[in-house]
Ligand binder design. Structure first.
Ligand code: GDP
Ligand code: MG
Length: 439
């Protein structure tokens, strides 16, 4: 999904304005890729329409180019469709009750054990498992084994017990075992039927759950949308656990289910092992779908921090090789706010190596104070032409700024290195269609 989008986004990146024609291709690519990922066609259509409307109406911010702006619009819309922020489960009651429902083979039993571990490790509460799937051969054993292996108290469901009886008896059991969060592994079917829904409805009367989580198989793609709608109509689901996301189907089902039903996706199952459960983060999935490194966070940071005029002025100076120690100080102060050179380069795809080289070029806070003191102790001439800084001037500056001559030497060396590195980057073309950053 991501490769093609990334490729066509690259083409938009160099453009100077978002127009109907220059986003046409990338929009087409996004539409195709989403359909290929088995996203429901209605969802694709509404997504593409929204992105298009926003992109064409968008005001391109001063310090990002239209391509970056467009990436951000696509990303934000993806996050929006996927539900905004991460949603946790409600375990405020004592005990809290969670029903795991879904079709056979979706991953209910496995996810029950995974969720129990998550609740113990991340939420610090004592979980308990209740095997209530009496129809599938060995389902009770399967959960009891998982419980034993991971030290999770598991209700001793006996052969011949009905689900209603299991739940009734489990109430006392939970009390006796000081269980704070009860996870009920319910029976599945091959498809939704009235008998199953009737049973789940009765269980809900016996012990009211705070959470009814639908466990859905991501590999089912569009079909999972119908399953989710069916369960939701009958049971008012509170969330979704999307399993087998480690397989080929990446995100397509998540996008569709969320858009069609509005049910928040809460967890992703990413493997068969009990630890393979992730809290669902819409922004991460959107990022993965777009495969854009973290250009977006960078755009956001830049919007917050960089003073556009001074950035532009510095860039021009860089081009003309007129960058002075004074500019250097301003830039260091701004970069510091953004997290340093290495942070910025980490955000840019393909700039990883450079980021290692630049690792030591962003000084720590106390160093910045020193640099400031040193530069303030220089004359106007010295600040604008560091070449005049001979030994006696350096000694004078060190004394004046309360630092050592070595500090002054080090600063001048850093400045020269930065200047060299930056003009190299300008020549590489970053100053033109690409990033408009202060260097
Ligand atoms: P249930 O019938 O809904 O209880 O499903 P199970 O929990 O028994 O899981 C069915 C199969 O799917 C088992 O082989 C699980 O190991 C497998 N499974 C469950 N969740 C995941 C997952 O997130 N990733 C992968 N790769 N396999 C999973
Ligand atoms: Mg099961």
């Amino acid at each position: 999904l991501s490769d093609k989008i990334t490729a066509s986004l690259k083409k938009v990146r160099g453009q100077s304005k978002i127009t109907e024609s220059n986003i046409e291709e990338v929009i087409k690519e996004i539409r195709l890729s989403l359909l290929e990922a088995d996203v429901n066609f209605k969802v694709v259509k509404s997504f593409v329409d929204k992105v298009k409307a926003k992109a064409l109406g968008a005001e391109v911010l001063a310090n990002v180019n239209p391509g970056q702006m467009f990436v951000k619009i696509v990303h934000d819309e993806l996050v929006n469709v996927l539900g905004g922020g991460a949603v946790d489960i409600n375990v405020r009651e004592n005990p809290s009750v969670i029903f795991m429902v879904g079709l056979q083979g979706a991953g209910k039993t496995t996810s029950s054990a995974k969720l129990a571990l998550y609740i113990r490790q991340k939420l610090g509460k004592k979980p308990g498992l209740i095997p209530a799937d009496i129809y599938r051969p060995a389902a009770v054993d399967q959960l009891q084994t998982l419980g034993r292996q991971n030290n999770i108290p598991t209700f001793p469901t006996q052969a011949g017990m009905k689900p209603e009886e299991i739940l009734e008896k489990a109430k006392q059991w939970a009390k006796d075992n000081l269980v704070e969060v009860v996870i009920v592994d319910t029976a599945g079917r091959l498809q939704i039927d009235d008998q199953l829904m009737g049973e789940l409805g009765r269980l809900r009367e016996i012990w009211t759950p705070q959470e009814i989580l639908l466990v859905a198989d991501a590999m089912l793609g569009q079909q999972s949308v119908n399953v989710a709608e069916g369960f939701h109509q009958r049971l008012q689901l509170t969330g979704l656990v999307l399993t087998k996301v480690d397989g080929d189907a990446r995100g397509g089902a998540a996008l569709s289910i969320r858009e069609v039903t509005g049910i928040p996706i809460k967890f992703l199952g990413v493997g068969e092992k009990v630890a393979a459960l992730e809290v669902f983060h819409p922004d991460r999935l959107a990022g993965r779908i777009l495969g854009m490194g973290d250009v977006l966070s960078l755009v956001e940071k830049a919007q917050e921090v960089i003073d556009e005029k001074s950035a532009m002025a510095s860039a021009k100076k860089m081009m003309k090789n007129e960058f002075t120690l004074e500019d250097f100080l301003t830039q260091i102060q701004q970069l510091k706010k953004m997290g340093g050179f290495e942070t910025i380069l980490k955000f840019l795809p393909g700039m990883g190596d450079l980021s290692k080289q630049l690792k030591n070029m962003t000084p720590p806070d106390n160093e910045i104070k020193k640099i400031e003191a040193i530069i303030r102790s220089m004359t106007f001439e010295e600040r604008h032409n560091h070449k005049v800084l001979n030994a006696s001037r350096r000694t004078r500056i060190a004394n004046g700024s309360g630092t050592q001559v070595q500090d002054v030497n080090k600063l001048i060396k850093q400045f020269e290195d930065a200047k060299k590195m930056m003009s190299g980057m300008m020549k590489m073309g970053m100053g033109r269609g690409g990033m408009k950053f202060p260097f």
